[in-house]
Design a protein around this ligand. Sequence first.
Ligand code: DQA
Length: 145
Amino acid sequence: MKFLIINGPNLNMLGIREPDIYGAQTFEALLDFIGKACDEAGVEYETFQSNHEGAIVDKIQEAYGKVDGIVINPAAYTHTSVAILDALKTVAIPTYEVHISDISTRETFRQHSFVSYVAVETIAGLGFEGYRQAILKLKKYLDEK
Ligand code: DQA
């Protein structure tokens, strides 16, 4: 079973970016954490980060027929991108949505997520642990499907 883990814009700046909201750990530490969570779940994985909406759409399209599950933190595109929502609907690969912060208690513009229309579940506000939970839950979801 193979998962694609996608991180959207500015997440490559973790550790530097608003540490009071996103924590002091770096993006490299997140990738390491994701790798360990995928090992724990017993799944193969690929990670992808981009600051560009179209590149994320391209990556989701390329996953068609090759990937069993997607975990995505669309970052700012969560709140704006019908294109990413449509790409996820197009490939119809089961998807979990993750946010490091709790978007439901932040600014009003962060409280709406386009990706949540297609996500099996959205996990927010748990920091890096949210990715681990998403990976383990996605594995269980696919096993039971
Ligand atoms: C985020 C929340 C978004 O509102 C924000 O634009 C991000 C990160 C999170 O992980 O908490 O870039 O997705």
